[in-house]
Design a binder for this molecule. Structure first.
Ligand SMILES: [Zn+2]
Length: 82
């Protein structure tokens, strides 16, 4: 494999990893993508991440650490561990 392809593959994997790390484990929502538009109307890519928190929660009677978005925490979709 040539070095450029290796770098491309690594970048791709890194993007997947960063994306996966930004997904809520309850509702499955991830980052949303859009454009940043300057006053001069220069358009560049941007993303909105979820507000994720690691919480200890009861899942099937066992305590697990989950990465959960704040909207799921607020709406009571998880049962916090005692
Ligand atoms: Zn969620």
């Amino acid at each position: 494999m040539n070095p450029l392809a290796t770098i491309r593959a690594c970048t791709f994997l890194k993007e997947i990893f960063v994306f996966m790390a930004r997904v809520c484990e309850v509702c499955g929502r991830g980052p949303r993508f859009g454009h940043r538009i300057s006053h001069a109307h220069n358009v560049s890519k941007r993303r909105w991440n979820l507000n994720l928190h690691t919480v200890r929660a009861m899942v099937k009677g066992a305590t697990r650490r989950l990465r959960v978005c704040t909207s799921c925490i607020r709406s009571g979709k998880i049962q916090k561990a005692a």
